[in-house]
Ligand binder design. Structure first.
Ligand code: WT7
Length: 572
């Protein structure tokens, strides 16, 4: 058994001595060296003598299981890298992954990085319009997908002249592939033992993650290979993944948690991880933990609340004694859920806070540190985090006062820009701080308490959905004149989408129309973005300049004070 003393020293001690050099030294990296995430997660682990260790235990929704060692993963990621190179993909081009959580998604991610291209993972549940927006913005040249998602790609192909390669990973030859489509079967592909890995440097672009804002289209958060320095270290110190741990990160790599900790952080630490490619069900999750003896579990508040709803009795039906450390991310983890986890699993969930833009955990509860249920914990050593005044962006000295969460730029995994959108990227910095767009306060002991987002972005089950994208989709429906999308409170998902709609003349406010509009958005965007509720209204609250004031609708929905509405055009 491994010594279960946390890797990280007690917080107050660690914070005095920590420097990113610890990470660089452990990774054998010196400034100016070649650094390739694909190499660090596979070849390097094999060189350290762990080639025969299991890297991935994968289970599909039918119960099918696949296992891969680090050496298998090293060879298969080489096969993918070689395949892409032979297709003519050049370093720096964007290669999208549009798949369920199949092994090809994980190995594809590392394979793309190994040959120097930029990997763009997209959530497989996205509909054609969500997909199109992101592929167009990134100018993507190749996409990996599965047969079941192929129709969505075909549907938008005519609008993507630069998308030259559609790589189908599970083609069975039953229906002929079309122009630009090629089949690649990873498990049957020739295993490539040695591949000339692209000599990326610290600032070479690596991952492009699309994230939603209040206005405009989703933005491509662009990361670089140097992010590894933070992701490796935080996975080790916060998630505390040890050599004999079996780790399970429940996040989909379409979102940043699934890549920073579901791929990079885990495998650069040489961890064995499990993936369950199936929908959520309490019993199947518990069974998965029991079967694979999962010891370190990184999940999300929505999932924890759903488990909680099914009761402690359900958890007690399974042997979950392998669990030794639990962490959560994505939305506020309510105190009740933390306390419940102690009751159900004997240990508490550790809340962690970060964003697509930060690339790694920035505020967290650490193994061994006192947990105050409901608090996000303290800044990761090496990252300066505070709260600043909402107007002046000056750090707030007084304890307990709410401000905007702000980070001193310079931590290794900070995004380097938004793809083709340097202006928005620059707007995130004020007075020498990177502003997260979230409000919080800091207590006497330095613990952070989340208050809420500072913008109109909807957080549903830990997934950010931009109101603009939903409203644009709604406006494409023939009956819709104007629309506003906001988050409304939900006991499990924290928020779900609610849309306020004014109709064009000649359309009636019927239940049928409501359902039709909901479905319209689901098909175009995704189930996440689909309004769970539609309210037909005669007018929408607007500013004098005609901007819809979602804030007013949101306040109504949450029973909050409306605040300053002096710029409102019409009365509510
Ligand atoms: C936004 C970032 C980074 C992982 C997944 C989400 C919210 C994230 C917490 C937390 C309260 C949280 C914030 C943040 N958020 N973690 N522990 N407590 N809120 O990445 O899609 O970029 O979303 O999620 O609002 O800004 P993302």
């Amino acid at each position: 058994m491994t010594d279960h003393k946390p890797y990280m020293k007690p917080y107050e001690e660690e914070i005095k001595t920590f420097s990113w050099d610890i990470s660089k030294n452990e990774l054998g990296y010196k400034d100016g060296d070649v650094i390739n995430i694909g190499e660090y997660c596979t070849d390097r682990i094999c060189r350290m003598g762990k080639g025969e260790k299991l890297a991935l235990i994968w289970e599909g929704y039918t119960g099918e299981e696949k296992r891969y060692t680090f050496n298998d993963m090293r060879q298969l990621t080489n096969s993918i890298a070689k395949y892409l190179t032979e297709l003519g993909i050049k370093p720096g081009e964007r290669v999208c992954l549009f798949m369920d959580k199949v092994p090809e998604l994980y190995f594809g991610f590392l394979g793309v990085l190994k040959m120097g291209a930029i990997v763009q993972p997209l959530f497989s549940a996205f509909g054609p319009e969500s997909l199109l927006t992101r592929l167009q913005d990134a100018g993507t040249s190749a996409i990996f997908t599965q047969k079941k998602h192929l129709p969505k790609v075909r549907n938008i192909l005519k609008d993507l002249p630069g998308l030259n390669h559609i790589i189908v990973v599970d083609d069975d030859g039953v229906k002929p592939l079309r122009e630009k489509e090629t089949a690649f079967n990873m498990d049957k592909a020739e295993r490539v033992d040695s591949f000339d890995i692209y000599p990326s440097k610290a600032e070479t672009p690596s991952v492009l993650h699309y994230t939603s804002g209040t206005t405009g289209k989703p933005k491509g958060a662009q990361h670089v290979h140097y992010s590894l320095i933070s992701q490796y270290m935080t996975a080790k110190y916060v998630l505390d993944i040890k050599d004999d741990d079996i780790y399970w990160c429940t996040a989909d790599p379409g979102w940043v948690t699934g890549t920073s900790y579901g791929i990079i952080g885990a495998w650069s630490n040489g961890a064995t991880q499990c993936v369950l490619d199936a929908g959520f069900k309490s019993e199947s999750w518990y069974k998965f933990i029991e079967k694979h003896k999962i010891s370190m579990w990184y999940s999300a508040p929505t999932a924890i609340r759903a488990l909680m709803k099914d009761g402690t009795e359900t958890a007690k039906k399974f042997d979950l004694s392998s669990l030794r450390h639990l962490a959560s991310v994505g939305e506020p983890l309510n105190a009740e859920a933390v306390i419940w986890s102690k009751e159900a699993f004997g240990i508490m969930f550790h809340d962690t806070f970060w964003q697509t833009e930060t690339g790694c955990i920035v505020v967290s509860n650490y193994p061994g540190m006192k947990i105050k249920p409901g608090s996000m914990g303290k800044p990761f050593p090496g990252i300066e985090v505070t709260v600043v005044d909402l107007k002046t962006s000056v750090p707030i000295e007084k304890k307990g006062v709410v401000g905007m969460i702000a980070i001193k730029p310079g931590w290794p995994s900070m995004i380097r820009t938004y793809w083709n959108n340097e202006i928005t990227y620059k707007s995130k910095f004020q007075n020498g701080w990177y502003l997260c767009g979230d409000r919080a306060s800091i207590d006497e002991e330095g613990y952070f308490w989340f208050v809420g987002r500072d913008d109109d972005v909807i957080n549903t089950g830990g997934h950010l959905v931009g109101p603009f994208e939903i409203e644009s989709a709604l406006l494409e429906h023939p009956a819709v004149a104007e629309s506003a999308a906001i988050g409304k409170p939900d006991p499990i998902n924290m928020e779900v989408v609610k849309a306020f709609i004014t109709l064009k003349p000649g359309f009636d406010q019927t239940k049928m129309l409501e359902l039709e509009i909901m479905n319209f958005v689901r098909k175009k965007l995704s189930a996440l973005a689909m309004p769970q509720e539609i309210e037909f209204v005669d007018t929408l609250p607007k500013t004098r300049s005609g901007k819809i004031m979602r804030r007013v609708l949101r306040a109504q929905e949450w029973g909050e004070e409306i605040g300053d509405i002096s710029t409102l055009e019409n009365d509510m």
